[in-house]
Write a protein that binds this ligand. Structure first.
Ligand SMILES: Cc1cc2nc3c(=O)[nH]c(=O)nc-3n(C[C@H](O)[C@H](O)[C@H](O)COP(=O)(O)OP(=O)(O)OC[C@H]3O[C@@H](n4cnc5c(N)ncnc54)[C@H](O)[C@@H]3O)c2cc1C
Length: 440
């Protein structure tokens, strides 16, 4: 077996296709393996709001232009809270991601990858074994149309989703957090839209909902509900979902729109975080981090983690003179650190909120300020779009502005914790966890 490829990527979805395009543009020979045979296959369990943080990656792959041609919505959002609407200014020239159904996105991205020189898309290939030499991953083996295959490369990338085969076979360290909510969603056509096609996100404490306009006059509406209400939805899904949507503040008028899909969803969706790199392999997208679908970060982070990996490892992966995997493994360690730095604090807060608990003090303080003040609304939206760090979100001048618009400040205890002080004996474990994520 010779190394016909520099990189093997397992999974030709959002993360895998993005990584394949970016690696090939750097001169790498890429095998892009996908267990599904149909290049038009798409992920059903997704509401496909792609955050603005991924815009630079989409621009780098050319996906931005391809999405605009198929009518993807340049997205933005309003947020309902008990203090009223948070309405960031919707500047058409401002930062945005895209809202586009997976049935449109997945085939488009896969064809973009397959059409990139240097990418060999191998549909209908299921990986079920890692080739390991001296403790280092050096390739994969599996089955294609009932025939065995094996491939070697300098790097194996697991872009194979939340139940990643590569992660399981490599024994990647995994942390799981329970999700206190379940979600159901459906698609509607002909629904009256907000000006500028803004999505609506509802914080109903503890439940959530969102209404997101997509291409072709289609809108997806999701009910993200505390598991305390699961029996109600199980007893009569149609009735419970419909009543839930009708009861939203300024509810979308679903009775004057056509529902064009079944109600689909998932009742148990734990959050999964894995060490994103080991000797000879890396994980990107959901394989590395499956965050809460409610935060709508999965597609953006799949693209961004692909870019972080490629930017760290492409030179080592394409170096034909490299005798050992040492340079690749050093690059993978840098990628692992970058992944943790970029996603860690955000995911920490998302995972804590997934408990379906009431708002904590910082959430009350920042959400109410954003509902009261246009500047804080823009700040809130930029944070939700994952375009700023947790530290920037709660920078001292921002906390001062929030105090001004709220007419009160944070408690001394919270301020001391934000400053990184260990406040002994204060609060329970869950609260301490949140402060770990935001401590400066
Ligand atoms: C209810 C719900 C709503 C969501 N809404 C949003 C949203 O609004 N916005 C957002 O950004 N994210 C959302 N997400 C998350 C988003 O769907 C994922 O984060 C995203 O699809 C991850 O992309 P990926 O490329 O890492 O993995 P996936 O899209 O899961 O792709 C993995 C690929 O690997 C292939 N594969 C798996 N195993 C093998 C194997 N052994 N051999 C070969 N191929 C294999 C699969 O066939 C698949 O094509 C939502 C998720 C859920 C559950």
């Amino acid at each position: 077996m010779s190394n016909a490829y520099d990189v093997i990527i397992n999974g030709a979805s959002v993360g895998g296709c993005t990584a394949a395009i970016l690696y090939a543009r750097q001169g790498a020979r890429v095998a892009l393996l996908e267990r599904r045979s149909d290049v038009n296959a798409h992920k059903v369990l997704c509401t496909h709001y792609i955050q603005a943080s991924a815009y630079p990656v989409m621009a780098a792959t050319g996906l931005d232009k391809a999405l605009e041609q198929v009518g993807a919505i340049a997205n933005t959002a309003d947020y309902w809270t008990r203090w009223g609407w948070i309405r960031p200014p919707h500047d058409p020239a401002g930062a945005h991601g895209y809202s586009v159904r997976r049935e449109t996105l997945d085939p488009l991205l896969r064809k973009l990858a397959a059409g990139t020189e240097g990418v060999d898309l191998k549909a209908g290939h299921t990986v079920d074994e890692l080739l390991v030499e001296g403790g280092r991953v050096v390739g994969v083996a599996g089955t294609a149309r009932e025939e065995p295959f094996s491939l070697r490369a300098r790097l194996v990338v697991g872009a194979d989703g939340k139940d990643s085969t590569i992660a399981r076979l490599a024994g990647a360290r995994t942390e799981t957090t329970e999700n206190g909510r379940f979600s159901y969603f459906a698609y509607f056509k002909g629904l009256a839209r907000q000006p500028g096609d803004a999505a609506r996100v509802y914080y109903l404490e503890p439940d959530n909902a969102y209404v997101m306009p997509m291409e072709d006059d289609v809108t997806v509406i999701a009910a993200v509900v505390s598991k305390a209400r699961l029996d109600e939805f199980k007893a009569d899904l149609d009735g419970a979902y419909t009543n839930f949507v009708r009861s939203l503040p300024e509810a979308p008028d679903i009775d004057n729109a056509e529902r064009i899909s079944k109600i689909v969803g998932t009742v148990n969706y734990p959050l999964i975080s894995r060490d994103p790199a080991g000797s000879g392999y890396a994980l990107i997208g959901d394989a590395a981090l499956t965050s809460d679908p409610l935060a709508a970060v999965g597609c953006a982070w799949a693209m961004q983690s692909a870019q972080w990996l490629v930017s760290e490892s492409a030179p080592a992966v394409t170096d034909a003179d490299a005798a050992s995997g040492a340079a690749v493994d050093a690059a993978l360690a840098r990628y692992g650190a970058r992944h943790a730095e970029e996603t860690g604090p955000h995911h920490h807060l998302i995972a804590d909120y997934a408990a379906a608990r009431p708002f904590n003090e910082i959430e009350e303080f920042s959400f109410s300020a954003a509902a009261r003040d246009a500047r804080m609304a823009a700040h809130f939206h930029t944070f939700g779009s994952r375009l700023m760090t947790v530290e920037e979100f709660l920078a001292p001048e921002i906390v001062a502005r929030m105090e001004e618009v709220n007419g009160h400040g944070l408690s001394d205890e919270v301020l001391r914790r934000l400053a990184g002080e260990d406040v002994a004996g204060s609060g329970d474990g869950a609260a301490d966890d949140v402060f770990e994520g935001v401590a400066r």
